[in-house]
Ligand binder design. Structure first.
Ligand code: SF4
Length: 215
């Protein structure tokens, strides 16, 4: 079996409660969404077909016990589901970063889900697959709201309340769009919210720069 891959690389996890940990990234090609602030447009096309064996050989070279499967939208390729199972069988700790449009129901339960909920400024809020929120597990899964402005923050607060996300997942990540002029205002609003949330800055962009990928 194979997957269409944009890049595989070893780096530092830049986001989520796992930020700062060494992590191998398997970035799959293709995404059915078109978020206006997307920082992964280069994954929409191209890529290279790689067999599972070729991907595992690369991961073994890195020797890192934590692997994130990301994209693009990693769950849009059907072969990703047996791939995730094989990663877990091989003893890797697996993170799945998904845009929230595709159902997570067929993901191996040993993988930890980091689920985006798209906010209005993304232009894709209508495409959130809401049943994914009901599958979140409090001991291991995380939800991420990418926030472009204060109206997005208001939307995130509504969704946190409506789906009782403070109880439903391990972390609620509030992730300001890199470079937004409203960063300080968003941080202040988060600080005053009284909610069990975490401001999530993208560490890798501060280390290597916003436009560099594959590191
Ligand atoms: S879901 Fe992710 S990869 Fe797809 S367009 Fe949105 S930000 Fe980009």
């Amino acid at each position: 079996m194979d997957l269409r891959i944009t890049e595989i690389f070893l780096s530092i996890q830049g986001e989520s409660s796992h930020a700062g940990r060494p992590c191998s990234f398997v970035r799959l090609t293709g995404c059915p969404m078109r978020c206006v602030w997307c920082d992964s447009v280069y994954t929409f096309t191209g890529g290279e077909r790689m067999t599972f064996d070729e991907i595992f050989a690369k991961l073994e070279e890195f020797g890192c016990p934590l692997v994130e499967v990301t994209g693009g939208e990693p769950l849009a390729q059907k072969n990703v589901f047996p791939f995730i199972t094989e990663l877990a069988d091989r003893g890797y700790e697996v993170l799945i970063e998904t845009g929230g449009y595709v159902s997570t129901e067929n993901v191996d339960p040993r993988a930890k889900i980091i689920l985006d909920v798209k906010c209005p400024a993304s232009g894709e809020a209508e495409r959130n697959h809401w049943p994914n929120l009901e599958r979140l597990r409090p001991e291991m899964d995380e939800v991420k709201f990418v926030i472009a402005d204060l109206p997005d923050w208001e939307f995130a607060k509504d969704m946190i309340a409506r789906f009782e996300l403070e109880k439903r997942c391990r972390e609620i990540l509030i992730s300001p769009v890199h470079g937004t002029q409203e960063l300080a205002a968003i941080a202040e609003a988060v600080a005053r919210s009284g909610l069990k949330v975490r401001l999530n800055l993208q560490l890798h962009k501060y280390i290597w720069g916003a436009d560099v990928h594959g590191v």
